[in-house]
Ligand binder design. Structure first.
Ligand code: C2E
Ligand code: MG
Ligand code: MG
Ligand code: MG
Length: 282
């Protein structure tokens, strides 16, 4: 019946939808060339041990500078890259670049420092993921003990049996895993126990309102208590002020990541911060 369809078929296609799908198509095609055109770069956001204020790690955050459209948020382009398969080469580039950078920051010194890299569901489901991670670590010379891979709660719980297996393989290689955006999915406690993860990242939506909203405060408190009973560490995401930080510390949360304890920054700026800390170490 397609032959018969005239322009009338477009009557439900509003100008807004047209604009949206035009943009998606445009980003889709631009993404296929973005790596070769070197349009990506990484930012690093400090992760702080609350008790001491020391930097114990950083999260790697991908940035895309489109030549005409400017900076595009990963929240917008990652789903498109997942749909067109580009997330695989892009994800490898992120891992390689972050690992090489971290190796350079640490040199051969044995500092306690973890570089965290986000994994997409598509990457996580690649059967050769553990092997590729090992190869990249080997190529860049970063010891596996310095790498942390972030998996969202949704990805982990979507197919828990497979997740448990992959996490266990990565753990045996010395790589750590953490659960990102924790609290937004539906974790089963018994499953969580079987995941060999070491850290829960408390989702920023709970942290944002915890000083005003008793329910969010209760959720944060519950996550921390539960994590500790399972032997896991907690890091709060999206910490934006001193009040939140104090409350988190009171609740026993170990680590903070947020604008208050450090914005995402360039590799150079982050390197200077680290140098100041490591240099002062005895
Ligand atoms: P995420 O992994 O949960 O990363 C944390 C996000 O919160 C980052 O947004 C970060 O810039 C932002 N953030 C940090 N501190 C604060 C704060 O105090 N307040 C507020 N309001 N926001 C804060 P960003 O960089 O826009 O990244 C968004 C999401 O895109 C990430 O969420 C992650 O899911 C995804 N993403 C980023 N880089 C990568 C990557 O290399 N690979 C994959 N697969 N996903 C990535
Ligand atoms: Mg993350
Ligand atoms: Mg998160
Ligand atoms: Mg997120």
């Amino acid at each position: 019946r397609a032959k018969q369809s005239g322009r009338n078929d477009y009557r439900f296609f509003t100008p807004e939808m047209q604009t949206h799908s035009d943009r998606v198509m445009r980003l889709d095609s631009a993404l296929r060339k973005a790596l070769a055109r070197e349009e990506f770069h990484l930012m690093y956001q400090p992760q702080i041990e609350i008790a001491t204020g020391r930097i114990i790690g950083a999260e790697t955050l991908l940035r895309w500078q489109h030549p005409d459209l400017g900076q595009i948020s990963p929240a917008e382009f990652i789903p498109i890259a997942e749909d067109n398969g580009q997330i695989l080469p892009i994800g490898e580039w992120v891992l390689k670049t972050a690992a090489r950078q971290t190796r350079q920051w640490l040199q051969d010194r044995d500092h306690a420092f973890l570089i965290a890299v986000n994994l997409s569901a598509i990457q996580f489901r690649q059967p050769n993921l553990p092997q590729r991670v090992l190869e990249i670590l080997h190529e860049t010379g970063l010891p596996p003990e310095h790498l942390e891979l972030e998996l969202t709660e949704r990805i982990a719980m979507d197919d828990p049996v497979t997740a448990i297996e992959i996490i266990s393989t990565l753990r045996k290689q010395g790589v750590r895993l953490s659960i990102d955006d924790f609290g937004t999915g539906y974790s089963s406690l018994s499953l969580l126990k079987r995941f060999q993860v070491y850290k829960l990242k408390i989702d920023q939506s709970f942290v944002r309102d915890m000083t005003e909203d008793p329910e969010d405060r209760a959720i944060v408190h519950t996550i921390i208590t539960m994590a500790h009973s399972l032997g896991l560490t907690t890091i709060a995401e999206g910490v934006e002020n001193a009040e939140q930080l104090a409350l988190l510390q009171e609740m026993g949360c170990e680590e903070s990541q947020g604008y208050f304890t450090g914005r995402p920054m360039s590799a150079d700026s982050f390197g200077e911060l680290l140098q100041a800390q490591f240099g002062a170490q005895t």
